[in-house]
Design a protein around this ligand. Structure first.
Ligand SMILES: [Fe+2]
Ligand SMILES: [Fe+2]
Length: 300
């Protein structure tokens, strides 16, 4: 019971929830055939929903992002971890002494070819693997999740809520920025993989966040602060509205090639205005009460 409550509360910060859920996994090491430093990539199983950790060689691009390559040893099919990150873009990266959440973004088109050249310069064996595999090897950038403006360390549940909100605001901003950049440079139809991955990560994070609030935070506040009952009812109603827009966005992501860009933009704008208002009201109403609840939770 304590573990399930802890998990629900941790979900208030989507990025932290991912780290929390995977923290119990044992580390795995391997010896790669290529002269590259290693990281451990934890993905969520596309079908099972369970965490999987894979050791992978990486190189950094000019922006400092770790790049991993889906060679599967030159097999004709993409590796399982690649299918997993398409289904669930939020990953966890263990690199040196650091462990951090990251959005996995496969490169496309000319950008993919440029980054693959970068990888091959560091590890020429990947070019042999690509020839042997008879497919273009995916190159995936692991983009660290940012949450600017939030408390670095959470000592109470108000900090935790602010961390979650900062992550959601930042990630939705990334979706808008990726869409602006992609649509400006491409006059065709549909959505790119970068937009898809960032938007899906946002949608999954939002769902985690609301689940944590509805399962743990709101029921606890209803008991301890009866004066917040009306505010909590309004917040629940807003969750329903925001979830509906989330569903619209996820449906558009399901058909990347045929997605209507104008509609995608309109849904993102609608999400931005609804979510901004919701987060601001939630912070105004709940932060004073949540500041009195220590984090991590203390066992009774
Ligand atoms: Fe909320
Ligand atoms: Fe919230």
């Amino acid at each position: 019971m304590i573990i399930s409550l802890f998990t629900a509360l941790a979900q208030v910060c989507p990025a932290a929830a991912f780290t929390c859920l995977h923290a119990v996994l044992p580390s795995r090491r391997s010896h790669l055939p290529f002269p590259l430093p290693e990281l451990l990539l934890t993905t969520t199983g596309a079908r099972s929903g369970r965490p999987h950790t894979t050791p992978l060689g990486y190189v950094r691009d000019e922006r400092g992002r770790p790049l991993v390559t889906g060679s599967a040893g030159g097999a004709p099919h993409h590796p399982a971890w690649y299918h997993n990150l398409l289904a669930h873009p939020m990953t966890e990266v263990e690199l040196g002494t650091e462990t951090f959440p990251a959005v996995a973004v496969p490169a496309e088109g000319a950008d993919r070819d440029r980054l693959f050249d970068l990888v091959v310069r560091a590890a020429p064996g990947f070019a042999d693997d690509e020839e042997k595999a008879g497919r273009k090897l995916p190159v995936v950038a692991l983009e660290r999740v940012e949450a600017e403006g939030a408390p670095a360390e959470a000592t109470n549940l108000a900090d935790k809520l602010l961390q979650g909100h900062a992550w959601l605001r930042h990630q939705l901003g990334r979706v808008r920025a990726e869409a602006d950049a992609y649509f400006a440079g491409d006059t065709g139809a549909g959505l790119g993989l970068q937009i898809r991955q960032h938007c899906l990560a946002f949608c999954e994070g939002l769902h985690f966040h609301h689940t944590g609030e509805e399962m743990a935070v709101f029921p606890a506040l209803e008991k301890s602060h009866p004066g917040l009952t009306a505010a909590l009812a309004r917040l629940r109603a807003e969750h329903v509205t925001v979830e509906r827009i989330r569903g619209e966005l996820e449906a558009l992501l399901g058909d990347m090639a045929g997605a209507d860009r104008a509609r995608f933009r309109a849904e993102v704008e609608r999400m931005t205005s609804e979510l901004d208002a919701h987060l601001a009201y939630e912070e105004e109403q709940l932060l004073p009460a949540l500041a009195a609840i220590p984090w991590p939770p203390v066992a009774p």
